[in-house]
Design a protein around this ligand. Structure first.
Ligand code: PLP
Length: 396
């Protein structure tokens, strides 16, 4: 059998390569930070990590993890409800609820699991899920696992959302679900308007804060802070794998009855291990730091404003953003690929995105800013962009 299957796979893999969408891993041999070393020995400035607050190698978090590793050892070797729950898991869950102004939290091994396990326990075929067209793959997969009727609205398009809500009026319960920040454009979900429509058409709201938590809003409390609606959405999901230290872990936080039901019925929670104690301990430390100061958010916001301002001044076409994601629009796929390769030669690590990751003729380079960037890093990146932009005829 395997002979035939092997040929089948090889032919599919060749198709992926021919389509230019084959993924290669770039291998780092240094910690994740603003300056990284890749396995060719080259040192580059990193503008493509989700390390928005620079916490991926923060000393206080590393120390908290080491101390916990020594005191509590390595793993839990059980799912949560049998004997896999530590006091550190409970403490971290409480910290997350406090951070978002919610009632209770449930941890998962990743946000992919949080989204995979949130819909099916709560909704049935009598209900409706109304989902933004650009939502993350894990939301799409979670919705697939649930029998609720599916409605889709164009990205952040409130007229379309209203139309879908009208069509879903005969369902028993309605849940609108959206990413907080959309990762290809950096735009933020219009939570204030979504909540207005939810009110008008009697729906609940879920937001995935994976790219917005720690980043968006003056103190980094996410899109509900930016749009002044803290505590008003029923469900928030998020990750510990991006701004919050970048290790591993996900969570669902929100109304206490929802979280209680997830602890009874959510399959990735019931049938899978949770995060190791050392990751929980570092997470607790991280939320304590967030409680004390907004220093990192302030620096990230200043870095983002500076970079975007200078790039626009240089003449680049930048998508409007309210996050730490900055899309430098080049439109042409071959140009975006070439531009990114030339930037790497200049010591700037960024990624070019083209179809099918973004729509046809919308190719771009995505830059992710971080509080770990210093002004000289930003200046070096802006200078490299300007040099290559002139070389490739993007700038006059
Ligand atoms: C990154 C991301 C996830 C997945 O998070 P993990 O914890 O890495 O599984 C889920 N949703 C969104 C919107 C994301 O950006």
């Amino acid at each position: 059998m395997y002979d035939k299957f092997q040929k089948h796979l090889t032919s599919q893999i060749n198709d992926i390569k021919a389509a230019g969408t084959y993924k290669n891993e770039r291998v780092l041999v240094s910690p994740q930070y603003s300056q990284i070393k890749v396995n060719t020995g080259k040192e580059v400035l990193n503008f493509c990590a989700n390390n928005y607050l620079g916490l991926a190698n923060n000393k206080q978090l590393v120390d908290a993890a080491i101390k916990c590793l020594q005191e509590r050892a390595y793993g839990m070797a059980s799912v949560r409800f049998i004997c896999g729950t530590s006091d550190l898991h409970k403490e971290l869950e409480a910290k997350i609820a406090k951070f978002f102004g919610t009632e209770d939290t449930i941890l998962y091994a990743a946000c992919f699991d949080a989204n995979g396990g949130v819909f099916e326990p709560l909704l049935t075929d009598e209900d409706a899920i109304i989902s933004d067209a650009l939502n993350h793959a894990s939301i799409i997969d979670g919705v697939r696992l649930c029998k609720a009727k599916r409605f889709r609205y164009a990205n952040a398009d409130m007229a379309d959302l209203e139309k879908q809500l009208q069509e879903a009026q005969s369902c028993r319960f309605r849940l609108i679900v959206t990413d907080g920040v959309f990762s290809m454009d950096g735009n933020v979900a219009p939570m204030d308007k979504i909540l207005e429509l939810a009110n008008k058409y009697d729906a609940m709201v879920m937001v995935d804060e994976s790219h917005s938590a720690g980043v968006v809003g003056k103190t980094g409390r996410g899109v509900t802070e930016l749009h002044n609606c803290r505590g008003k959405v029923e469900i928030i999901t998020g990750t510990l794998g991006k701004a919050f230290g970048g290790a591993i872990g996900g969570f669902t936080t929100g109304k206490k009855e929802i979280i209680e039901m997830l602890r009874q019925r959510s399959r990735p929670y019931l049938f899978s291990n949770s995060i190791p104690p050392m990751v929980a301990a570092a997470g607790i430390k991280m939320f304590e730091m967030m409680d004390q100061t907004n220093e990192l958010q302030d620096k990230l916001h200043a870095n983002t404003d500076y970079f975007i301002g200078k790039m626009k001044e240089a003449g680049f076409d930048i998508k409007p953003t309210q996050s730490a994601i900055c899309a430098v629009m080049l439109y042409d796929a071959a140009l975006a690929g070439k531009f990114a390769d030339k930037l790497l030669e200049e010591g700037i690590y960024v990624i070019g995105f083209s179809y099918p990751v973004v729509p046809q003729n919308q190719a771009r380079i995505r830059v992710q800013l971080s509080a770990a960037h210093e002004k000289e890093h930003l200046d070096k990146a802006i200078a490299a962009f300007t040099k290559i932009g002139k070389e490739l005829g993007v700038l006059k």
